[in-house]
Design a protein around this ligand. Structure first.
Ligand SMILES: [Ca+2]
Ligand SMILES: [Ca+2]
Length: 154
């Protein structure tokens, strides 16, 4: 009987240690954002009202061969948004914000029509509801090309 109790205690300890390692790993992963153009990131930080950066990704999205920065951030307690910092010759500008998924937000780039600029795909979830959408940059706006269940995850 004594052994059984000991095994249970050891089991519980391993379980707790495992969870703490896992969550620690998750945290470092979340904070471990990719290295991107510092000017773009600084421009975002100085010109956008936000509570917290969730994720970002760098790619040329206006087809001028210079990388731009797409950022998903926490706007307030209830909303996440996405903007891009677009480099246009020597100037930079922010796009109009659009709603972004509340959890597990991921930014990917796909040239879906195989021409002109690179399209931006965002996906994510809210309370287990998955959604995604594909956008194309037009001047300072993201045009919604198509998507599914974005209302359910934003
Ligand atoms: Ca560009
Ligand atoms: Ca394209």
């Amino acid at each position: 009987m004594k052994h059984k109790k000991l095994f249970i205690i050891i089991g519980v300890v391993i379980f707790i240690v495992g969870i703490s390692i896992y969550s620690k790993d998750k945290n470092t992963h979340q904070n471990n954002l990719p290295k991107v153009d510092e000017d773009c990131l600084k421009y975002f930080q100085e010109n956008c009202e936000y509570e917290e950066i969730i994720t970002y990704a760098q790619h040329d999205i206006n087809n001028d061969k210079e990388d731009d920065l797409v950022v998903i951030y926490k706007k307030d307690a209830k909303h996440n948004q996405m903007v891009a910092v677009v480099k246009n010759k020597d100037k930079m500008y922010l796009t109009k914000p659009i709603l972004a998924p509340r959890e597990d937000a991921v930014i990917t780039f796909k040239d879906i029509d195989k021409k002109d600029e690179m399209e931006v795909m965002i996906s994510g979830s809210k309370n287990g509801n998955l959604g995604y959408a594909i956008y194309r940059l037009q001047d300072d706006k993201f045009i919604d090309l198509f998507g599914e269940d974005m209302e359910a995850c934003c």
